[in-house]
Design a binder for this molecule. Structure first.
Ligand code: FBP
Length: 560
């Protein structure tokens, strides 16, 4: 018998809450259709690419007094992309809904992400199997992966595997890229009369898969609470020792939602928001000016310490860097198979090859970077063609540049203080934490609701649970067509249909909260110490969701 920690034992007993409409089970639901939908942009191109699944209405579920009977079904589930707290509960919710509808139903889990459905690697879930993972963090129940599902051959293989197992519906739990795959697979299955439905669930700690219908992606709540705990602890340490500046990079591959939420929970001295930097066209040098100015002013007040929060995706949002990285991405696609590059015996040689291929201005930007950053920028792209920003040590780049700027100021007599910095990267620490009560409930509901979408014959939909700042009984369950969230974007040098990422809105209430307070937080130490995630005790402590969601939903800012 595996030994469990005391908290593991307690969390296994937790009973996640469902929206009132889902509580009587999927057989007692009525589906209400909204109006037909359109994609967020590029309507003609998206409609042409998704002839069979485009334009469907949004749907919501209401509890019905009549109970339907349900045909036996086999369903497959895939965990896709980076881990996010609550993934196990999505599967548990799906399993419970499916067994409640008809005990003969079967749930298969594809192993290791989307490659599992292509290669036919799977497990069949049982009560005992599922019970061991309820309310736990991680994706280890079946594993995850980043294989991109997009080719005819992959679709054919997936179809053969589903047919062998009698699977008539697949649930893909993933972020924007994975749900783009879900939309492509749904369309292909309909076009080929496969009789297999595809439903997505909105996962990513990055918080960038959201829109009018999807209020938050799961995992964001727990991950940001975990990072906020760690930042709070470091703030306390900095305020005690008063000798270090802590530069903390926080995950979020593109959007800065995670950094912004963690900052609102902890009130550090400096918070960079990539979207603002891009909008203001701030160069790397002007970011260094901004940060150095605060460091000098604090030092003049006798404070040679502080906390700076840096979003992981920053580097791509600094205009000259973003342009250079985009040029680099295009040339890297060829360089990865270029003999002179692959066989180069030193990094110096690789840098020279890259600089020769980049456009002149981009070569200048690239060559100005420290060798370690140049090397990190050459690391493999992910399967979607993205730079792996988690491998780029932006926090160290900023420290190095600020240090040398302060040396110059010192020589001119404009800085007499000390600058001693520590760097941190918080990302993997938060992705597999025990889900908060919010994420445990939300994920279970998303999975349960995914089966409701299946039972109502839908395909190409994302499971949607809304009204999330209210208690779970008032949550609204339904579905949103995946094509509604799509637009055309350049990937690997070609225009492709993809789900639009939600970036931080600079005119929104959440960013405004930071903007209104940051001068005060920079000079005065308004640190907040959120402490560890709470699972038991008063609801005001255990069940509150993110500041982001509360501000996005609240009409008045004053209450938060
Ligand atoms: P998803 O978009 O798949 O949810 O993953 C997001 C993320 O956690 C980013 O924040 C981070 O940059 C990336 O995954 C790291 O990926 P990996 O686990 O492959 O290192």
């Amino acid at each position: 018998m595996t030994k469990l920690s005391p908290l593991q034992i307690e969390r296994l007993k937790y009973e996640p809450k469902l929206p009132a409409s889902l509580r009587k089970g999927v057989n007692s639901l009525e589906m209400v259709e909204g109006s037909p939908t359109q994609s967020v942009r590029d309507q003609e191109q998206i409609q042409a690419l998704f002839k069979n699944t485009y334009g469907k209405p949004t749907v919501t579920f209401e509890s019905s007094p009549t109970e339907k009977t349900s045909q036996p079904r086999n369903v497959g589930v895939i965990l896709s992309g980076g881990q996010a707290p609550g993934g196990h509960n999505v599967i548990a919710g799906l399993y419970d809904a499916l067994k409640n509808a008809n005990p003969a139903n079967k749930l298969y889990g594809f192993l290791g992400g989307p490659s599992g459905i292509i290669d036919g690697k799977y497990v069949e879930f049982t009560d005992e199997f599922i019970d061991a993972y309820r309310n736990t963090g991680g994706f280890d129940i079946i594993g995850s992966g980043r294989t991109k599902l997009e080719t005819e051959e992959q679709f054919q293989k997936s179809l053969a595997v589903c047919q062998k197992l009698g699977i008539t519906a697949v649930v893909i739990i993933g972020g924007d890229d994975s749900n783009t795959n879900a939309a492509l697979l749904a369309e292909w299955f309909v076009k080929n009369n496969a009789g297999i439905q595809v439903i997505g669930c909105p996962k990513t700690i990055d918080g960038d898969l959201k829109n009018e219908q999807i209020e938050i992606s799961f995992g964001f709540d727990t991950a940001t609470k975990t990072y906020a705990e760690l930042i709070g602890n470091i703030e306390r340490d900095a305020n005690s020792a008063k000798k270090y500046w802590h530069f903390i990079k926080i995950m979020g591959r593109s959007a800065s939602h995670v950094a912004l939420e963690a900052a609102l929970q902890t009130q550090p001295n400096i918070t960079l928001i990539s979207e603002e930097i891009e909008a203001k066209k701030m160069s790397l040098s002007s970011i260094i000016d901004y940060m150095t100015d605060i460091i000098v002013k604090r030092s003049n007040n006798g404070k040679n310490f502080g906390i700076a929060v840096i979003p992981e995706g920053l580097i791509e949002f600094i205009p000259e860097m973003g342009t250079m990285i985009s040029n680099l991405n295009d040339i890297m696609a060829n360089l990865e198979t270029d003999a002179s590059f692959v066989n180069a015996t030193s990094m110096r040689e690789k840098f020279d090859i890259v600089e020769n291929r980049l456009d002149a201005a981009n070569a200048g930007v690239y060559s100005s970077l420290p060798s370690i950053i140049k090397e990190q920028l050459l690391a493999d792209r992910d399967p979607h063609g993205n730079v792996q920003v988690s491998k780029i040590e932006t926090e160290k780049l900023l420290i190095q540049m600020i240090d040398s700027r302060l040396e110059d100021l010192k020589k001119q007599g404009d800085f007499i203080g000390k600058f001693s910095a520590q760097s941190h990267f918080f990302g993997y620490e938060g992705r597999c934490a025990f889900p908060s009560n919010f994420d445990a409930d939300y994920c279970y509901s998303l999975g349960y609701n995914a089966f409701a979408l299946i039972a109502n014959g839908l395909t190409g939909y994302l499971s949607s649970i809304r009204n999330l700042t209210e208690s779970a009984d008032k949550w609204i369950a339904g579905g949103v067509p995946l094509t509604m969230m799509m637009n055309m974007e350049k990937r690997h040098g070609e225009m492709k249909p993809v789900i639009q990422k939600a970036l931080v809105k600079l005119d929104g209430a959440v960013f405004k909260k930071l903007q209104d307070n940051r001068e005060d937080w920079a000079m005065n130490d308004r640190y907040l110490f959120p402490g560890a995630v709470q699972y038991f005790g008063p609801s005001s402590v255990c069940d509150i969701t993110t500041v982001t969601l509360q501000l996005e939903k609240s009409k008045s800012l004053a209450s938060v």
